[in-house]
Write a protein that binds this ligand. Structure first.
Ligand SMILES: NC(=O)c1ccc[n+]([C@@H]2O[C@H](COP(=O)([O-])OP(=O)(O)OC[C@H]3O[C@@H](n4cnc5c(N)ncnc54)[C@H](O)[C@@H]3O)[C@@H](O)[C@H]2O)c1
Ligand SMILES: CC(C)[C@H](C(=O)O)[C@@H](O)C(=O)O
Ligand SMILES: [Mg+2]
Length: 405
């Protein structure tokens, strides 16, 4: 099934542990209201570099088990991306990887990058492969939910009363802005001095389509949308704000506010519960979502879904390849496992299977298992592999929703 952001059927409350049957539990295009008819899917796996293969291995096992328990046939094909692709083929996104991704029903990515390739020229960087993949799949809407699980409140670096109950969604524009704007490059200025430059540029349709996604998501969540920009300084942000304000007329039920990005960065740690849905450009979304992840306890907890108007969605944790812990079985796989749940829910319309994984994550936390990044006194410290095995046990035992609260 291909993703479609044009429908209004967003289901963007990934976790329902507070009010499992509340009216907020609305559905994305392919939820209970639009049952999935196809039960056999092709998934492209892109393990990538560093901890990528470690967390993908866990997520794959969980997808396989969950699929088999729900009568879903998942066929995996593994392809190269990033540094792994550079080493094997000389390019960070081989044609074979992009065409396989395009022909699949959904793509699950680990992470790319590492010290080995840091000094490569731009077109030979692992990161360039990831950007080409996002552009190639035209997945312009990157949804990054930051949810503080009750079990992890004490893992947050913020005080309990600040972190508890935080449940926000960052809607990041993913295929435009300064990441892709031209001109860009290296040059020389009028004094003969070397320069480096990039261009922050947004066309009207790029702002409109991401804003529509965000308004729809906000409508299905808490009804509040905060557009984050730097409209006090940047023309691109002034234009962003103008388009968002114009679109707001179509969404009278959504309470729209605007915030400068520097203030937003501060407000996220001052009083994060003020946020419901945030919409922002590519670079601000990158930075603010990493910041938001720490409210939840660790960057190892945040999944993401990148969706376009058609074609397969791309699902990936928001973290990188973590070269400092790679190969040591220390990585937290929850972000990738939760990305796999988003894949089932938003990529394939397999809502029940997705919710089984979400419940298994909560149940595994309830049973006390933690990787080092979210460990606190009284919990059980395990590695990436063992945590994966514990999540599998919880998937198998299928804890009823109420018990996983
Ligand atoms: N989507 C991606 O593939 C992606 C995202 C961000 C960074 N990167 C790349 O990753 C490389 C490293 O970047 P970085 O260090 O700035 O960011 P990073 O996210 O890889 O790591 C930042 C810190 O968070 C920790 N961390 C990250 N994920 C974790 C997990 N699952 N469990 C436990 N701890 C975790 C790391 O150990 C590190 O201390 C760079 O090459 C960068 O370009 C890739
Ligand atoms: C690796 C990099 C290109 C990427 C980004 O900046 O989008 C990463 O930081 C992310 O958040 O997915
Ligand atoms: Mg990032």
């Amino acid at each position: 099934m291909s993703t479609s952001l044009q429908t209004e059927l967003f289901h963007l409350k990934p976790f329902h542990f507070r009010t499992p049957s509340s009216s907020k539990r609305t559905s994305l295009r392919c939820s209970a209201t639009v049952p999935s008819s196809k039960r056999s899917y092709k998934i492209t796996l892109l393990p990538g570099d560093g901890i990528g293969p470690e967390v993908i291995s866990v997520a794959k096992d969980i997808l396989l088990l969950t699929g088999s328990l729900h009568g879903i046939k998942l066929e995996f094909q593994e392809k190269l991306l990033g540094g792994a692709a550079l080493d094997a083929t000389g390019v960070p996104l081989p044609d074979d990887t992009l065409s396989a991704a395009k022909q699949s029903d959904a793509v699950l990515l680990g992470a790319i990058g590492g010290y080995k390739w840091d000094k490569n020229e731009k077109h030979l960087k692992p990161e360039t492969g990831l950007l080409q993949l996002r552009e190639g799949l035209q997945v312009f809407a990157n949804l990054r939910p930051a949810t503080v699980f009750p079990q992890l409140v004490d893992a947050s670096t913020l005080k309990r009363e600040v972190a508890e109950g935080v449940d926000l969604m960052v809607v990041r524009e993913l295929t435009g802005g300064i990441y892709f704007g031209k001109p860009r490059g290296f040059g020389t200025n009028e004094n003969g001095e070397e320069t480096g430059f990039n261009t922050e540029i947004y066309a009207a349709h790029e702002i409109d389509r991401i804003a529509r996604v965000a308004f729809n998501i906000a409508r299905k969540r808490g009804g509040k949308l905060c557009s984050v920009d730097k409209a006090n300084v940047l023309e691109a942000s002034m234009f962003w704000r103008k388009r968002v304000v114009a679109l707001a007329q179509e969404y009278p039920d959504v309470e729209l506010s605007h915030m400068y990005v520097d203030n937003a960065a501060m407000q996220l740690v001052r009083y994060p519960k003020q946020f419901d849905t945030i919409v922002t450009n590519n670079i601000f979304g990158d930075i603010l979502s990493d910041e938001a992840s720490m409210i939840t306890g660790s960057i190892g907890m945040l999944p993401s879904a990148s969706l376009g108007d058609s074609g397969p969605g791309l699902f990936e944790p928001i973290h990188g390849s973590a070269p400092d812990i790679a190969g040591q079985d220390k990585a937290n796989p929850f972000a990738t496992v939760l990305s796999a749940a988003m894949l089932l829910k938003y990529g394939l319309g397999e809502v029940e299977a997705a919710e089984r994984i979400e419940r298994a994550v909560l149940e595994t936390l309830n049973r006390g298992f933690r990787t080092a990044d979210i460990y606190s006194d009284g919990t059980k410290l395990v590695g990436c592999k063992q945590l994966g095995e514990e999540i599998l046990k919880s998937v198998e035992s299928h804890v009823p929703a109420a018990a996983a609260v």
